[in-house]
Design a binder for this molecule. Structure first.
Ligand code: ATP
Ligand code: MG
Length: 94
């Protein structure tokens, strides 16, 4: 398990800019529809794995990262999409 200290997002999944100081604490995300909750979760997954499961797993034949998440399409403007994750892995954790 990793502990997230800080998450910085720019031009990613509808999020213009967002910095969250999570300070290694558990957190929840709440808000009205379409305000970017899933974008935050996608950003964390993207920072850790380089992919977005929600746009590439089973049952997603009609959608793709390229078509539906152009901000992470590295063939276009990679310099504009930024996800920076500062995290700590507790001692002994893999
Ligand atoms: N690649 C993208 N380019 C531009 N806008 C995007 C992109 N991806 C998502 N958005 C927009 O960002 C906004 C936030 O979407 P998101 O799915 O993160 O919201 P949400 O809070 O999870 O909504 P819900 O409660 O419906 O799950 C939406 O208006 C969505 O259309
Ligand atoms: Mg959502």
């Amino acid at each position: 398990m990793i502990l997230i200290e800080k998450l910085e997002i720019a031009e990613f999944r509808g999020i213009k800019t967002l910095t969250l100081d999570l300070n290694k604490k558990s957190f929840g995300i709440a808000g009205p529809n379409g305000t970017g909750k899933s974008g935050i979760v996608d950003a964390i997954e993207f920072a850790l794995t380089g992919s977005i499961t929600r746009l590439g797993g089973a049952g997603t034949a009609e959608i793709s990262v390229k078509a539906h998440a152009p901000h992470v399409d590295f063939t276009k403007n990679p310099e504009k999409a930024i996800v920076k994750l500062t995290a700590r892995a507790p001692k002994g954790c893999r």
